[in-house]
Design a protein around this ligand. Structure first.
Ligand SMILES: Cc1ncc(C[n+]2csc(CCOP(=O)(O)OP(=O)(O)O)c2C)c(N)n1
Length: 370
């Protein structure tokens, strides 16, 4: 895959930004300022940023709990992320949800579902929609090694393959599903072998080498975009922190963690860039300053943002009558504005779902029906 100097530095910036946003979040967590748990993808940056870099406008991703790198690479805003961590009223879920359930429909980012593996059938639904609409856009559906042992994973792979859906499954094999090591989870060497059982191409790659990740995922993306159906890439990486920041991960042998710390994806990419004389000390300092500025800005934006208004607590309990959201098609500037299809007429129209009086009328009507 041909990458220009600017692309390589952009990848490096995104990997550093992902790490820095998570580092700052960990500090906020220790200060008791994060509402809910903190789950990081530290060590996964080559996989998450590299995989997402292969996508283009209109493609849809369904990032999971280690995938902040995908979120930021696809255009998710660090300000929104910080607002979500601090549960501010203007966060993507309007302060209503935990840190993980962050999405951004304007950038084709579908929020994750807590139940392991359950985002994968949803990814199939999204891909089926794209296929029915004859788009040449695709879906990227990441999941962990643990998730590959759930029923929805197998159902999704089967359905995607039978329907020839444009999906790239990215399995982030990071050695553990919470405290369960991979050798207690499955009896095969490579999870990419599971692709064969469903009739789709599967390959595995060093998930800590961003160039190799992009290369492999690019092949899968080409396959999916070319109408040949789904493909799977297993990225072998490691979860260098606990399952969440509340987990000390005592069950991970220290020498194993140390071994993987030596293979840190950011350090490896730095060495690669330095060898090509792309990352000089001056360029590195410039990028570090930019990362710091973006993270500082995101945090101060979140700190100045209001808490949710308690009076609105019951808003959004019911979906508005009729419309369904059409993802991947940006609406107006209001982040809560969605393009929609009327389920009765099939006609497109726009709706602002946070219109309080409309919601109140709707809810009164619904309560009256019961
Ligand atoms: C159906 C279900 N079972 C258990 C959990 C609790 N849980 C959340 S994440 C996780 C481990 C996930 O492991 P893996 O898929 O390997 O992803 P990783 O966290 O390692 O990235 C577990 C057991 C859950 N969310 N859903």
């Amino acid at each position: 895959m041909q990458l220009e100097r600017a692309d390589l530095l952009q990848i490096y910036y995104l990997m550093r930004l992902t790490r820095a946003v998570e580092d700052r979040t960990r500090t906020l967590f220790l200060q008791g300022r994060v509402v809910g748990g903190v789950y990081t993808g530290q060590g996964h940056e080559a996989t998450t940023v590299g995989a997402a870099m292969t996508l283009r406008d209109g493609d849809i991703i369904l990032p999971q709990h280690r995938d902040l790198g995908m979120h930021l690479t696809r255009g998710g805003s660090p300000r929104a992320v910080m607002c979500q961590w601090l549960a501010r009223g203007n966060s993507p879920t309007l302060g209503r949800d935990g840190t993980l359930h962050i999405g951004d429909m304007h950038h084709g980012i579908v929020p994750s579902i807590s139940m392991l593996g359950e985002s994968l059938p949803v990814a199939c639904g999204v891909a089926l929609t794209l296929k029915m609409r004859k788009r040449d856009t695709i879906v990227m559906a990441p999941c962990g090694d643990g998730a590959t042992n759930t029923g929805p994973f197998h159902e999704a792979l089967n359905f995607a393959s039978v329907q020839k859906l444009p999906i790239v499954f990215v399995v982030e094999n990071n050695g553990y599903a919470y405290s369960t090591p991979t050798y207690k989870q499955f009896a095969i060497e490579n999870l990419s072998d599971r692709a064969k059982a469903y009739g789709m191409p599967g390959e595995y790659v060093d998930g800590n080498d961003v160039i190799k990740v992009m290369d492999a995922v690019e092949r899968a993306v080409k396959h999916a975009r070319g109408g040949k159906g789904p493909a799977l890439v297993e990225c072998k990486t490691f979860r260098v922190r606990g399952h969440s920041e509340a987990d000390k991960a005592d069950y991970v042998p220290p020498e194993l963690r140390e071994e993987w710390l030596q293979k840190d994806p950011i350090k490896r990419f730095e060495a690669y860039l330095a060898e090509k004389s792309i990352l000089t000390d001056a360029v590195k300092s410039e990028i570090e300053a930019k990362v710091k500025m973006v993270v500082d800005d995101a945090l101060s934006f979140a700190e100045q943002s209001p808490a949710p208004d308690g009076a609105t607590v019951a808003d959004y309990v019911y979906a508005p009558d009729g419309p369904i959201a059409v993802i991947g098609e940006p609406g107006a500037d209001d982040p809560r504005y969605v393009n929609a299809l009327d389920t009765r007429t099939g006609e497109p129209f726009n709706t602002v779902t946070d219109d309080a009086s409309k919601m109140a009328r709707y809810e009164a009507q619904e309560v009256g029906k019961r």
